[in-house]
Every structure is written in structure tokens, then in C-alpha cells.
Design a protein. Structure first.
Lengths: 99, 180
């Protein structure tokens, strides 16, 4: 498969993730869409690493993986804290910084 | 140059995109979660196809394994109430979002397929990565050598990032005793 095939799949996955963030109102699903976008970018890093004959793309994927893991940890902790104080989670309700 | 069996590529691509659509379209957060896991596994297969065995392994172990288990815990803890409560107050957002998606996808595809890096990749031509990996002594060795030679400072920063994330999660998850 040519490089462009991988890049097109990556672009489609990124777009689907962006749409997910725009249209869903459940913060957990919005988080999953962000993971989708991160993974789409990982796919194009890997494709470029393969086609440019360099392992530098792998390093970026590794760092993105780490950042995504810590982002999930902190984000889920925030969501659980919101759920504890309001009993429900919907981003439309979260329009005040003070809780 | 071409990489990977085209039939395998198309099967993986269709499954990955279908699973991604599932994440956005399922009403129940647990189903969204499960189709996200399918998507991550498909990406791991893509990585295998691109000769990155070690990265595919950590994708399965860390992403599809550890991170998704954490996610599933929180989803099952919070989702029973939230699956029904997602009323579409802003139903009209679907239209503009679809329009923006078409624009974004078109722009990304045009930019990445015609970009300078893609041109470099086409010019690079011959397949040297496999011989490079073999000369390093294997896939994991090539990864480790690149990580600890060229990227050792970002790697150390990663450890600081993980410590900060864990501390943040502990602080956020603590019950504040005076207020309850």
C-alpha cells in the first residue's frame, strides 16, 4: 500500500474524532474521541517513519502514548470529581468554574 | 514503494473507520468504549504492517490494555445514569459538524498527501528501514537505541510527567474531609 493510503485512513480517523468532540455531550465519549484523534496522529507518524526509513517516528508515538495515558488519568479523575459533586455528567451543565 | 498486503490494508482500514464511527454514534458509553478498543487493536495491526513490532506490542499492552481498563472502570461506574441523560439539547450541531468534518477531512487529505514530507517519502524510494532494524539487532533494540541516544531527555521528562499525573489524580480523587 502506498503512503497516501495510510495518510487518508489517518485523516479520516482524526476527522471522526473531531466530530465526536463536537457533537457528543457525554464527557467520557468526548474523551474517547480525543483518544481517537491521538491515535490517528500516531498512525501517520508510524507511516512516515516507515516510508522515510527512520525510527524517529516511533519515538514520537511512544511520547504521545505516555501523554495520552497521563491525560486519561487526570481527565478521568476530574470527571469522577464532577460526578461526585453533581451526580450527573453532561458538559452542557458545566458552565461555571466554581463548583 | 508499497508496504503491506493491499487486501489486509483495506480490511484493517474499513474496520478501523467503522469502529471509529461506532465511538461517535453509539448511544451507550460502554459500546463506545468497546468499539474504541477495536479501533486501537486495528491500529496495532497497522503498526505491525509497518514493521514496528515493539510499538504494536506496547499499543496493545498499554493502550488497548491498561488505559482502556481504566476507562472501562470509570464508564461502568458512571455510565448507567449518564447513558439516558444525554438529551440532545443542541441537535442542530450535527449539521454544521458534518460540514466542518468534510472540510477538515478534505484539507487534511490534500495537505498530507501533497505535503513536503510525503514528497520526501516518495523520493526516499528504497526500503532501508528493515536492514537498519536488522543491523541494530532487532526491533526492540532499534527502538531502545533510538530512545536512549537521540531522545533521552524527552524520555526523562516523561517520567516527571507521569509522576505529576499520578499526584494530580490522587489530589483530585481525595475526599475533602472537612466538607462532607
Amino acid at each position: 500500500m502506498q503512503l497516501s493510503g495510510y495518510l487518508i485512513v489517518s485523516a479520516l480517523l482524526f476527522t471522526i474524532g473531531a466530530v465526536g468532540v463536537l457533537v457528543r455531550r457525554n464527557p467520557l465519549v468526548m474523551f474517547m474521541s480525543i483518544e481517537l484523534m491521538l491515535n490517528a496522529v500516531n498512525l501517520s507518524f508510524m507511516a512516515f517513519a516507515r516510508f522515510l526509513n527512520s525510527v524517529d517516528g516511533w519515538m514520537f508515538v511512544f511520547l504521545v502514548l505516555t501523554v495520552a495515558a497521563s491525560e486519561v488519568v487526570v481527565g478521568l479523575a476530574i470527571i469522577v470529581a464532577i460526578f461526585r459533586s453533581r451526580q450527573r455528567i453532561n458538559v452542557d451543565d458545566l458552565n461555571a468554574l466554581k463548583g | 514503494m508499497t508496504v503491506g498486503n493491499p487486501i489486509a490494508f483495506y480490511v484493517l482500514a474499513v474496520t478501523a473507520v467503522a469502529a471509529a464511527l461506532g465511538v461517535v454514534l453509539f448511544r451507550n458509553a460502554v459500546y463506545c468504549m468497546l468499539s474504541l478498543i477495536v479501533n486501537l487493536l486495528m491500529l496495532a495491526f497497522f503498526f505491525l504492517m509497518l514493521n514496528a513490532i515493539f510499538v504494536a506490542t506496547i499499543q496493545v499492552l498499554i493502550y488497548a490494555g491498561a488505559v482502556m481498563v481504566l476507562f472501562l472502570f470509570v464508564v461502568t461506574m458512571l455510565a448507567p445514569g449518564s447513558a439516558e441523560s444525554e438529551r440532545d439539547r443542541l441537535r442542530w450541531q450535527w449539521g454544521p459538524a458534518a460540514g466542518l468534518a468534510v472540510i477538515l477531512a478534505g484539507g487534511l487529505i490534500v495537505a498530507s498527501v501533497n505535503g513536503a514530507l510525503a514528497g520526501d517519502a516518495h523520493a526516499a524510494g528504497v526500503d532501508r528501514l528493515a536492514t537498519e532494524i536488522t543491523s541494530a539487532g532487532g526491533n526492540t533494540q532499534a527502538f531502545g537505541e533510538a530512545l536512549f541516544h537521540g531522545y533521552s531527555f524527552p524520555f526523562e521528562l516523561t517520567s516527571a510527567l507521569l509522576v505529576i499525573a499520578v499526584l494530580g489524580a490522587v489530589v483530585l480523587g481525595r475526599r475533602i474531609s472537612g466538607r462532607e
